[in-house]
Design a binder for this molecule. Structure first.
Ligand code: AR6
Length: 182
């Protein structure tokens, strides 16, 4: 179900409620941990759906710093690639959490540019097990993505793939505010 679609220049931005492992896009983004060896939440779902080849490739990446991102193939997923990024654990907001979360979106979109990907889907990074406030995270996700679009010309579609209606509502509000009315 598409909750909201906006165009910014030539780029289509969608907010949907879906299981990100089902999407046919060039890359889905994984909210991973620094080991890149799997975990719970969306990370666990992506590894289950992609199959054991994914963790085998991840093992060769030797982890990932918080705020950074690394790319692998998608194996049994419909998505050809997985971009693994590590969001910050929320600790009250004074430890650079906002900048680190923005960096996840920035570094993921930089990988899209580097690999000439056209479509990418993000989950609401850090808003589950890492407890980042969902409204604040949605704002950062949408703002950082829109800021990055001019420097990411290969990308023509960005999906904010939410896992609940309230999460989609927050992304839709942020998109409505920041991309302007239809
Ligand atoms: N499709 C889309 N979104 C999902 C899915 C799914 N299949 N499953 C969960 N979400 P979380 P984090 C949403 O906890 O907070 C892992 O153990 C979920 O509702 O997956 O960044 C990692 O290994 C929430 O809105 O990631 C790390 O240790 C969002 O995805 C840690 O969790 C992110 O929730 C990362 O925590």
């Amino acid at each position: 179900m598409t909750t909201l679609t906006r165009r910014v220049g030539d780029v289509q931005l969608d907010v949907i409620v879906a299981d990100i492992t089902t999407l046919s896009v060039d890359a889905i983004v994984n909210a991973a941990n620094t080991s890149l060896l799997g975990g719970g939440g969306v990370d666990g779902a992506i590894h289950r759906a992609a199959g054991p080849e994914l963790v085998a490739e991840c093992r060769m990446l030797h982890g990932c710093k918080t705020g950074d991102a690394k790319i692998t193939k998608g194996y049994r997923l419909k998505a050809a690639n997985v971009i693994h990024t590590v969001g910050p654990v929320w600790n009250g907001g004074a430890l650079g959490e906002d900048d680190l979360l923005a960096s996840c979106y920035r570094r993921s979109l930089e990988l899209c540019r580097k690999h000439q990907l056209t479509s990418v889907a993000f989950p609401a990074i850090s808003t589950g097990i890492y407890r980042f406030p969902a409204d604040r995270a949605a704002d950062i996700a949408v703002r950082t993505t829109i800021e990055m679009l001019p420097g990411t010309p290969s990308v023509t579609r960005v999906v904010f793939c939410c896992f609940s209606e309230p999460s989609a509502g927050l992304h839709a509000e942020a998109l409505g505010r920041q991309a302007g009315p239809c």
